[in-house]
Each structure stands twice: as C-alpha cells, then as structure tokens.
Design a protein around this ligand. Structure first.
Ligand SMILES: Nc1ncnc2c1ncn2[C@@H]1O[C@H](COP(=O)(O)OP(=O)(O)OP(=O)(O)O)[C@@H](O)[C@H]1O
Ligand SMILES: Nc1ncnc2c1ncn2[C@@H]1O[C@H](COP(=O)(O)OP(=O)(O)OP(=O)(O)O)[C@@H](O)[C@H]1O
Ligand SMILES: [Mg+2]
Ligand SMILES: [Mg+2]
Lengths: 257, 257
C-alpha cells in the first residue's frame, strides 16, 4: 500500500515541484516504486521530467474530471525508475468544473485508489493556491502533507493561512490529515535572514521540521531545463546531497530499510 | 488620471510583489503619487510595507466585495510617499464569494474609479493564479499589465497559459487590455540558463521586454523583513539601481518628465 504525500504551500516559488521531483527521484534510486501526480495546471512537474505538456492526451484532468482510467494514463520513465500522472493543458479549466461535480473534494483521492498497491510512494504536486484543486490534494494525502518553506521573509507570511486551511479540512472533510513534515528550502547562508526564518518556522512546527535543509543552488534551477532530477544532472552538488539526505530521513522515519 | 498597471503571472515566486513595491517606491521617489493595491490573500505587498495584515479592518476585500468606500480604507506611508489599499485576511474567501456577485469581473475596476484622479500611478499586485481575483486585476489594468518573469526554466512554461488568458479576456470582457511590458527578474549571470530564458522571452514578446533586467540579489529578499523597499534598505545595491532604471524607463515611455 503506497504512502501518499502531498506537497502544498500557496506561497509561490518555494520549491514544491522541485521537491516532488527530486525526492521522487531519490526514492526511486533507493529502490522504491514512485508515482508523481501533477495537480498544477502549469505542469511544471511534467516538464521537469522532460515531457511536453501539450502532447499529453490523458492526464490528471481526464482522470479526475473525465473519469478516464488512471493506469493507462500514467507515463513511465525507466531511466529514473519513477512514473508520473502528467498534467494536460485542460487542467487549467478544472477549478471551475470541479465546483459542480459530486464529491468534488474527493476526486483525486478516489482516482488514486485503484493503483495504491502498485507503488511504494505517491507524491502529489499542487499549484500555489488554496483552491479546490489543492483541497483535493490535501484530502488525497493519506500519509500527510509535506510543506516546503523557502528561507525568506515573505514565505513566513502565508504559513498561518495554510495551517488554517489544513485545520478547516480536518474539521469538515478529512480528520486524519496530518502535517508529515516541513522542508526548509533555498537556504542561503550568506544572510542571517535564512537562519531567522528557520528558527521562526521551528517555533510554529516544533516537531515537524526535517533536519535536512535544502541550500539555494543554481544547479536545481538548471536541472529541469534538461528534464533531469538533480540526482542525474549534478549528483555531487550540495543540493543533490540534501535531497538524498531528505530521502533517507523520510525512509528511516517511515521504517523502510 | 492615474495610469493603472497590474502585475500578473500565475507562476509563483517570480517577483510580482517585489516589483510592485520597488517600482512603486521609486515612482514615489520621482515625485509621482502612487497607490499599491494588494489583491493577493497572502498580503505580501501589505507586509512588505511593514503593515501587519491581521490588523487591517477595511482592505481590498471589504472595498471590492463589501462595498465599503475605498478612500478611507487606503493607508498612507509618508516616508515612502506611497499609499496602499491593503489586503485583509478576509480576502482569502473572496474567490468563492466573487463568483456569485453581479459584474464579478469588474469589481476592482469599478472600486478604483472614484480615486483615479488622486494618483499618478496605481500598481495592482495579484496572487499566483488565473482565478477570478486575477481576472479582476486584468480588467482593472487600464494601461496594461506588467509581467515579471523569473530568469529560470520553469518560469517559461507558464507564459503560454498567461497569454491565452489575456487573449480570452480581450475577446470577451476587455478588448483594450494590453501587455505594457515584460520584466526579467532574478537574473543570475553565473548560469547560461538566465541568458537563454531572456532570449526565449524576447522571441515571445519582441517589442515588450523592458531593457532593464533585475539581477538576483539577496538584498531584495531581506528588505521586506524590515518593511522597506530596496530604495531605503540598500539604495546603492545593484537591485536598487535596476528598479530605479526600470522606473526611469517606464516614466520616459509614459512621457512623464
Ligand atoms: N534550492 C533551490 N535553489 C535554487 N533554486 C531552486 C531551488 N529549489 C527550486 N529552485 C528553483 O526555483 C524556482 C521555484 O521552484 P519551484 O518551481 O519548484 O517552486 P514551486 O513552489 O513549485 O512554484 P509554484 O508555486 O509556481 O508551483 C524554480 O525555477 C526552481 O528551479
Ligand atoms: N531579484 C531578486 N533577487 C532575489 N530575491 C528576490 C528577487 N525578487 C524577489 N525576490 C525574493 O524572492 C521571493 C519571491 O518574490 P515575490 O514574493 O516578490 O514573488 P511573487 O511573484 O510576488 O510571489 P507569489 O507568486 O507568491 O505572489 C521573495 O522572497 C522575494 O523577497
Ligand atoms: Mg510548482
Ligand atoms: Mg506576490
């Protein structure tokens, strides 16, 4: 039975997609069967794996809204040992369409059920908003949410809203929803601000901040232009080491050896 | 009569808020009367000017949805010579509420009408999405949109969707909507990727990319934690010079001396 983690933060550009791809790739590297689900209409997770989103016929939209079967819609990348349910351009229209559908908040969770036994890990990438698409991501997070937080001041501002939304979902739709972990990203040691933000976030989430902190590294911004995770693009970089450490930390906590 | 520019890009973390605040501050520095309108529920523009969003009673939500008069809701910052219509926490609920209101796409535009003659420039900051709040921002952009684009690969992916949305708004709701300019941000000279992205964007917008390119600078990430624009926080930095140059470029093109 797969562990399902959803990457969520409505603050934009904090490393949600980058963390989904690189954590996914290292989980594959450690022998886990991994599926990435791209819930973002921008389809950044899809293109980070070298897939042209305009060529995607059946993706997240078709599966979640159009009830196309999920298994044949999943693309496999043998080199990376990870699979992806890609985002097609139609996903941009899903916000409005989801509002009128039955069980509109549970569509992603229900779409994943038939394949939970085929993977060890499923990582869901969300857009930078707290809309119905992201609510679907929260309810599908069977093992909790991973919250990437950029080590910059403006990223602090949105944490309150995010935790309020999580509490609202726990109260009304999915009581077992948990925060699985908070990942500090884009840490730049040249400024005291980064350490201040880390300390602030640790006060907010005393037990959930991962020990691993991802440094700011231009290599991470270059890798998607080659359709590669950092593990293949720059395996000896500090950023690669950080995502490998994070993966080990998660596997250890999950009791996977 | 104010010139109204809206900063828009659904890709997260590309410098929309940073550009609204720092362009705004330098317009004030050059003697222009400036109003910032914070349309983002994260209220980053509000907090970048040192305002605690939880203390905001009447902000964008109350004016646009609750029909509270706009003028008394505007906060003035004498030191910066700029004013702001701040975002209050209630703005997070606006997405759903706007959908049922009459003239739901024109609420921001109509809310600004009574005060257009009090300012020289009005800059509207949007959230990272193409939702009804952002559509309001597009329709209120009397003099066009400013599109900040981060000089990184993933930021390229969303441009197609953004221009499609602009075309849809032109076709159905606001034919005179234009792209006033595209601002390249977070340029990091250490990687060839940045120059590649700039060239790619210039092919997409042959006549609209501003000459000024904003470099990646940690000073810009530090400034909001002090509630200051770069003009006051680090006036001799490369980032400050870039936003000053951008402001001059815009004033010159607008025929303001
Ligand atoms: N640790 C890092 N160091 C440097 N650059 C990074 C790092 N992590 C991500 N990036 C780059 O920063 C940008 C934002 O990251 P990413 O797109 O993963 O964030 P996101 O939260 O998914 O954004 P969105 O909110 O738009 O979905 C991308 O260009 C990415 O390549
Ligand atoms: N040129 C720059 N160099 C370095 N850091 C920058 C630069 N411009 C903005 N930043 C920082 O990068 C982060 C993202 O910028 P900002 O919040 O302005 O983007 P945004 O597009 O408004 O984000 P969102 O999509 O969440 O609204 C912030 O922490 C900001 O301080
Ligand atoms: Mg993303
Ligand atoms: Mg912003």
């Amino acid at each position: 039975m797969a562990k399902v983690y959803t990457l969520v933060n409505q603050k934009g550009g904090v490393g949600k997609t980058t963390s989904a791809i690189n954590l996914g790739a290292y989980l594959g590297y450690f022998g886990q069967k991994v599926l990435i689900v791209d819930l973002d209409p921008q389809a950044n997770a899809t293109s980070s794996l070298g897939i042209d989103k305009s060529t995607v016929k059946n993706g997240t939209y078709e599966v979640v809204i159009g009830s196309v079967p999920i298994a044949p819609s999943i693309l496999h990348n043998p080199r990376l040992k990870i699979s992806i349910l890609p985002a097609s351009p139609a996903l941009a229209g899903a916000e409005i369409e989801l509002l009128d559908l039955p069980r509109r908040e549970f569509r992603v969770r229900e779409a994943l059920e038939p394949i939970l036994d085929r993977y060890n890990y499923i990582l869901i990438d969300c857009p930078p908003s707290l809309s119905i698409i992201t609510i679907n991501g929260l309810i599908a997070a069977l093992n909790g949410v991973l919250i990437p937080v950029q080590c910059e001041y403006l990223a602090l501002e949105g944490i309150g809203q995010l935790t309020q939304t999580i509490k609202r979902v726990q109260a009304s739709l999915y009581p077992e929803l948990i925060v699985r972990g908070v990942l500090m990203t884009m840490y730049d040691g040249r400024t005291r601000l980064a350490a201040d933000v880390v300390n602030e976030i640790k006060k907010y989430f005393p037990t959930q901040v991962f020990q691993t902190i991802v440094p700011r590294s231009i290599r991470l911004a270059e890798a998607p232009s080659y359709g590669l995770p950092i593990a293949l693009y720059a395996p000896s970089s500090g950023a690669a080491k950080a995502y490998m450490d994070l993966t080990r930390e998660i596997l250890e906590q999950d009791g996977v050896h």
